[in-house]
Design a protein around this ligand. Structure first.
Ligand SMILES: [Zn+2]
Length: 111
């Protein structure tokens, strides 16, 4: 069972994770800007490069959004006193597992 102390601890971790991701997202805003199709200033190869970089930035931005969603779900579970309970079998998720990633929603056996 996750104790009151533990859930406070994981809440802190989750909030820190969220903050970090939001900060990362801010710094990558630059690379998400549309690639200018200005042939005169950059050649074809570097344009393809720039488009690839932009796609990569978008993909990691999507991953970050998904992570934030999972963090929100975990934070909500803490509020509802459902944090650390496997959504599959209803058993407790091992503390060590939550230490690795507090957004895990399943125990080792069900994951
Ligand atoms: Zn389970």
């Amino acid at each position: 069972m996750i104790t009151q102390n533990n859930s406070k601890y994981f809440e802190q971790i989750l909030l820190a994770m969220k903050y970090q991701i939001l900060e990362l997202d801010k710094t990558s805003e630059e690379s998400k800007k549309p690639v200018l199709l200005d042939q005169s200033s950059i050649g074809r190869v570097s344009r393809v490069d720039a488009i690839q970089q932009q796609q990569m930035a978008e993909a990691s931005s999507r991953r970050r959004l998904l992570k934030i969603k999972n963090i929100e779900i975990a934070l909500n579970k803490i509020k509802l006193n459902e944090f650390g309970i496997c959504t599959e079998c209803g058993d407790d998720i091992a503390l060590g597992r939550l230490e690795i990633d507090p957004t895990y929603t399943k125990c080792v056996n069900c994951a």
